[in-house]
Design a protein around this ligand. Structure first.
Ligand code: C5P
Length: 403
């Protein structure tokens, strides 16, 4: 989504300016064409040479710079970027942008910019909470500007509160969404992701190799397409998506409890069961750590609840999508699962290819059709699966049904 995008990064004068270096580096790594402009105050925090090295281009720091091509060539260039990303955005630049003040290079760029503008605020919590700042943010949003953050947490000044700049990795995670259409806007999506862990004793358990990567890629894709996303996640270590609510759980029964709790509280449009739920748990969990010299433990396994089937057969429940990781007979098993789980769609893949891998190849099976996606990276597979979900939602809950 960011490959070959022209992005102008405007850095303003806050201590978080050093984090903008990581944003620029990340954007370049993702294939974006990045130019950097800085306010004079920003150059007090980070030298332009750093951004020059990271972006591979000269950095604009003043409206009055002359280059061999003539006056203000950077501005001309920046006006044609796909995105103007102001990071960090101080209270001062928000105030200037909201009022249309253009008294330095960055504020002039914002006023003159003709496509998307996104602000990543970073400031002391009192400055952020100040009604003047909140008014400016509301005005800018009304005018069509995008905002990323701010987050809550420790601040450079020693305070703790809202105003902390969103972490660079999360900014990079959220940016593709700015370029995406929003067919899931207004839709609520609930998902299960990752493995479950069923304890045998206090230190041992039954689990599997699911990484959570495909599930989180789907959560990101749903978020980027405009959905409000909640993920009930088993124990995973891969990076969690930003802008998505995560409910952490450990066992299958906890996962089912969390899912049912969500569905009881809120109407969801779509449920996607991606989790590799452990099929069995130990009936009588052992206390403490079972000693080896106590002999072989006699474990009795019992079946775990089927979360997808529980949701799929729920009266008035959401449209349901399940996954099927199979070793053989992909299609036959997918059809059987549509029925058994009460699902509207089953995404079938070869177990060996899907687990703990960056790529995937899947068959999307619905009542009437089979579509093959991939092999492709899990993000692309996720986006394509979600477009099938959009079709399902439009069939089941078309706009006329919402009335
Ligand atoms: O039955 P099987 O495990 O092959 O089905 C896989 C699908 O069912 C996945 O979507 C998975 O998330 C879901 N599932 C579940 N609860 C279980 C087992 C599987 O939700 N106990």
């Amino acid at each position: 989504m960011l490959k070959n995008r022209k992005i102008t990064v405007a850095v303003t004068g806050g201590i978080a300016a050093y984090k903008a270096c990581e944003v620029v580096r990340g954007l370049v790594k993702l294939g974006a064409d990045v130019r950097v402009a800085m306010t004079e105050n920003a150059t007090r925090f980070v030298g332009p040479v750093t951004f020059e090295a990271l972006s591979g281009h000269p950095v604009a720091t003043s409206e009055w710079e002359h280059t061999p091509e003539g006056a203000m060539p950077h501005i001309e260039l920046n006006l044609h970027a796909d995105l103007l990303l102001v990071v960090p955005a101080t209270a001062n630049i928000l105030a200037k942008a909201a009022r249309g003040i253009a008294d330095d290079l960055v504020s002039a760029l914002i006023l003159a910019h003709r496509s998307k503008v996104a602000f990543v605020p970073a400031m002391n919590r009192h400055m952020w909470a100040n009604p003047a700042t909140q008014r400016n943010v509301a005005d800018l949003k009304r005018d069509g500007a995008h905002f990323i953050g701010p987050d809550s947490g420790f601040q450079a000044c020693g305070d703790v509160g809202e105003g902390r700049m969103t972490e660079p990795a999360d900014i990079l995670d959220l940016l593709p969404g700015l370029f995406s259409e929003k067919p899931l806007s207004g839709r609520r999506v609930l998902m299960t992701v990752g493995p479950t862990y069923e304890p045998i004793d206090d230190v041992r358990g039954i689990t599997n190799r699911s990484s959570g990567r495909q599930g989180f890629a789907l959560a990101r894709a749903a978020r980027d397409l405009g959905a409000d996303v909640t993920v009930v996640a088993g124990p995973v270590t891969v990076k969690r998506p930003a802008g998505v609510r995560i409910v952490p759980v450990t066992t299958a029964r906890e996962m089912l409890g969390a899912v049912e709790g969500e569905l009881d509280r809120t109407p969801y449009d779509l449920f996607i069961g991606v989790a590799a739920v452990a099929d069995w748990r130990v009936a009588d969990r052992l206390e403490g750590k079972w000693k080896k010299d106590a002999g072989l433990p006699q474990l009795r396994l019992v079946e775990n609840p089927d979360i997808l089937a529980a949701v799929g057969h729920r009266a008035g429940g959401p449209v349901t999508i399940g996954f099927a990781a199979e070793a053989t007979d992909l299609l036959e098993n997918a059809y059987a699962k549509l029925e058994k789980k009460g699902a509207a769609m089953i995404v079938a893949n070869v177990a060996r290819d899907a687990l703990a891998s960056d790529t995937n190849r899947v068959l999307v099976v619905t009542d009437g059709e089979v579509d093959e996606i991939g092999p492709a990276d899990k993000d692309e597979v996720a986006r394509k699966i979600l477009y099938h979900a959009v079709d399902l939602l439009e069939e089941d809950y078309g706009p006329e049904d919402d009335l």
